[in-house]
Design a protein around this ligand. Structure first.
Ligand code: NAD
Ligand code: UFG
Length: 343
């Protein structure tokens, strides 16, 4: 069976590719390389072999490119849609790019595949909940006013999908609301590798650990949490990848056509605790400084992940420490290869 992953050379897409490959699927990676390197494709081939992975450089906002893709590959069995811009903070200063890429891209893609009734998985985010009233957060928790345009693009995306499945019984879709994916493939051959400066806590922390960055800024320590720093639900990217494959297989055999699941470990961990855990793993201190809060940050978010565990039999295999160790191995790998520093 052939599966398209949009945003397939990005952080999460590349990891999903490894799980699909392991289960015998052929994978078509679609990416415009706006936040990834072609070297990621070469890494995937080195890891998995080239027989069952194809790369198509396409921009999902361009309908002619997307039409061409589905003409060339007319036998697609599923689409996992990850291609998006993802920085909460950047979306506040560049809202139009975010709406254009994330919402425009989704509409272009859906326009092409809806009539073909190809099962569809959408990368959503716990950001749709804003600051939830009740913790842990259940899927029934309402959408709140978002802290950022990025958050709105995910809310709008889910609403568009909801309307489409309502209008077409034969189109099956699943929204996965990720909490905070971290870590890297156990081989350390692929991992989080954004263009330019990373925005997320773990790659920034590993860069400080390896000496690429002087210190880690803690974005605020006066939140209403036990140590004053924000709380998140960090989940190993391989467990998240597994959830996509289980989700896809569930869609293939299911009778209903619309599903929504949280994907998180269900453990709330503060920024300071993450740093502390990482320091223990690498056995050295991380230089850190408390700085001002980052606009768009939700103080506390962690999942009630019981629905996906029960319905899809998803069971996370990795702990947060496993994830941090794998992120560290990946950082060391990046550091040791000069040709990995390309931009
Ligand atoms: P990423 O930036 O590493 O990967 C996204 C990929 O999409 C990149 O390779 C980029 O080049 C590509 N892309 C962007 N716009 C495109 C376009 N118009 N056409 C084709 N390709 C395009 O990000 P990621 O961390 O792998 O995130 C994947 C998805 O998961 C995104 O939708 C993101 O919003 C969502 N998500 C991520 C997180 C997280 O913490 N990483 C959390 C919640 C949700
Ligand atoms: N943080 C710091 N210093 C840093 C980077 C992050 O203190 O240098 C803190 C943030 O304030 C936050 C936590 O570490 O409290 C995690 O931040 P990340 O940037 O790693 O993750 P976010 O929770 O902000 O955002 C991520 C994804 C989004 C997604 C969101 C869902 O980047 O795509 O999770 O909550 F929507």
């Amino acid at each position: 069976m052939k599966i398209v992953i949009t945003g397939g050379l990005g952080y999460i897409g590349a990891h999903i590719c490894t799980v699909l490959n392991q289960k015998g699927y052929k994978v078509i990676l679609v990416d415009n390389l706006s936040n990834s390197f072609i070297k990621m494709y070469h890494q995937l081939i080195a890891l998995l072999g080239e027989e069952s992975i194809v790369f198509e450089k396409k921009d999902i906002t361009q309908s002619d490119e997307i039409k061409e893709l589905f003409q060339k590959h007319s036998d697609i069995n599923g689409v996992i849609h990850l291609a998006a811009l993802k920085s909460v903070n950047q979306s506040i200063t560049q809202p139009l790019s975010y709406y254009q890429n994330n919402v425009g891209g989704l509409i272009t893609l859906l326009s092409e595949i809806k009539s073909k009734n190809i099962p569809f998985i959408f990368s959503s985010s716990c950001t749709v909940y804003g600051q939830a009233d009740q913790l842990p957060i259940k899927e029934t928790s309402p959408f709140k006013s978002s802290f950022s345009p990025y958050g709105y693009t995910k809310q709008i995306g889910e609403l568009i999908i909801k309307d489409i499945v309502k209008s077409n019984d034969s189109f099956k879709a699943m929204c996965l609301r990720y909490f905070n994916p971290i870590g890297a493939h156990p081989s350390a051959m692929i991992g989080e590798w954004p263009i330019g400066e990373p925005q997320n806590l773990v790659p920034l922390m590993t860069q400080v650990g390896i000496g690429k960055r002087k210190e880690l800024k803690i974005f605020g320590d006066t939140y209403n949490t036990p140590d004053g720093t924000c709380i998140r639900d960090y989940i190993h990217v391989m467990d998240l990848a597994e959830a996509h494959v289980l989700g896809l297989e569930y869609l293939f055999s299911s009778n209903s056509n619309h599903y929504i699941y949280n994907v998180g470990l269900g453990k709330g961990v503060s920024v300071k605790e993450m740093i502390h855990r990482f320091e223990k793993i690498i056995e050295k201190p991380i230089r850190q400084k408390v700085s001002k809060i980052r606009e768009g940050d939700v103080p506390v978010a962690y999942a009630d992940a019981s629905k996906i565990k029960t319905q899809l039999s998803w069971q996370p295999k990795y702990s947060i420490d496993d994830a941090l160790l794998s992120a560290w191995k990946w950082e060391k790998q990046l550091h040791s290869h000069n040709d990995f520093q390309v931009s």
